[in-house]
Design a binder for this molecule. Structure first.
Ligand SMILES: [Zn+2]
Length: 416
């Protein structure tokens, strides 16, 4: 998990989830978790009927002293009413009913625990001045990763058998000041990325195959099996297993691909000090009809996954990511804005001005231009950006055509 850029300094947040063994019995910890849950519930019950928005100050005034009387520490109390408010807000936001808490889980502020990663122990401060020490069960490698990070909050859970602790770590990364812009176009067959200078010259063009056809093959198998056993597939163990296996393949193919692509893209972007432009998939949904390039049967989940990984890897390297509305980026002429017609395999031609170009490359040019027209004036990059020089891009495109389709780039992602 990660936060978007806050101010100048991007911050990465990640959780370490481990099993925890309380030393000297678990009575007090269980007692704390029950007390905590019931307290959250009682705050939920009371604010459910209040229709105005409740500020932190007001929550404090309403609940603080009661919670402290129950034996909670100051920061416990704060966590309890803030958590209750977030539950109520999200239930209201989705038009749901009043939340009823069953599970035992508590959010604990950094003032109320001591974490020692060397000895893998956690000391929690509980209600009524009790303390409990927990041994954390995790491999050294998983923990080493967080050396030098700060942690600021954790969640303790009891699932009926074991205790679990999720510690939230955060780390600031040094923001990279963008010197170029990288536009990324996703479609069924390819991921195309183009790096532009701030004055619109094309520096680099790269294309990666997507594993969509392989994913669709597994999807087809699933549908075929379901079609053969329309009524019974859900209840027959062997059939369900077969379907699950194809589902697992789909998941691993897509995560694998998304991770590798995310890393490759972010490394390249770091090399060029690029600001990364992605298509805003949410806008695509709002637009009503989806672009043709997104295969209906595949849905948007795959593109979301790829974007998630690209954004994550970019954030880890201090690179900025911007999203633009992709509407029309693969159907409008980058020179005159006219409607483009298909003119052979993956080639589009402008009806109005005669411009001819590669479908995917046109999309990246249009994404770049859309970003430029939206942000250059308000100083997003601090430098005036110019429109891409289309003739250069066209020649660059021809020059790069072979590079982008070489076996190595192809194999990089799609080798096995
Ligand atoms: Zn045109």
């Amino acid at each position: 998990m990660s936060y978007p850029v806050r101010g100048e300094e991007p911050v990465i947040v990640e959780a370490l989830k481990v099993r925890a063994l309380p030393e000297g019995g678990c009575d007090k910890l269980l007692e704390f978790l029950r007390l905590y849950r019931d307290a959250v519930q009682s705050v939920v019950d009371r604010i459910w009927g209040i229709n105005e928005g409740l500020s932190k100050k007001k929550l404090h005034r309403l609940f603080y002293s009661d919670l402290v009387k129950l034996g909670f520490r100051a920061h416990h109390a704060k966590e309890v009413y803030l958590y209750a408010r977030s539950l109520v807000d999200s239930a209201r936001g989705s038009g749901g009913r009043k939340p009823v808490l069953r599970r035992l889980s508590a959010r604990v502020d950094r003032y109320d625990y001591r974490l020692d990663l060397d000895s893998m122990t956690l000391t929690l401060k509980l209600h009524s001045n009790y303390e409990v020490r927990l041994r954390l069960v995790a491999s050294k490698e998983r923990v080493e990763r967080f050396e030098g990070w700060s942690n600021y909050e954790l969640v303790v859970k009891y699932d009926g058998r074991s205790f679990w602790v999720s510690v939230y770590f955060r780390r600031a990364v040094k923001a990279v000041k963008p010197r170029t812009v990288m536009a990324i176009d996703l479609n069924f067959d390819n991921v195309t990325l183009a790096v532009f200078t701030l004055d619109g010259r094309l520096l680099r063009l790269k294309r990666f195959k997507t594993p969509h056809r392989r994913v669709l093959t597994h999807r087809m198998w699933i549908e075929r099996i379901q079609g053969r056993y329309p009524r019974s597939w859900r209840f027959t163990k062997g059939v369900r297993r077969a379907i699950e296996r194809h589902g697992e393949r789909i998941r691993s193919i897509s995560w694998d691909y998304a991770h590798k692509l995310g890393e490759l893209v972010a490394e390249l972007a770091l090399e060029y000090r690029s600001l990364i432009i992605l298509e805003d998939l949410e806008k695509l949904k709002e637009n009503g009809k989806r672009d043709r390039k997104f295969n209906k049967r595949l849905g948007l989940w795959f593109y979301r996954r790829v974007q998630f990984c690209v954004e994550y890897e970019a954030m880890e390297r201090g690179l900025q990511v911007a999203k633009v509305n992709p509407r029309g980026t693969s159907s409008r002429c980058p020179r005159c804005g006219g409607k483009l017609l298909e003119d052979g395999y993956r080639v589009l031609r402008c009806r109005r001005c005669g411009f001819i170009g590669d479908r995917d490359v046109i999309a990246t040019v249009n994404l770049y231009r859309r970003y430029v027209s939206r942000y250059s004036r308000c100083g997003g990059l601090g430098v005036p950006l110019n429109a891409p020089k289309l003739d250069e891009i066209l020649s660059g495109m021809r020059g790069n055509r072979d590079e982008v389709m070489t076996a190595s780039t192809y194999m990089n992602l799609y080798g096995n």
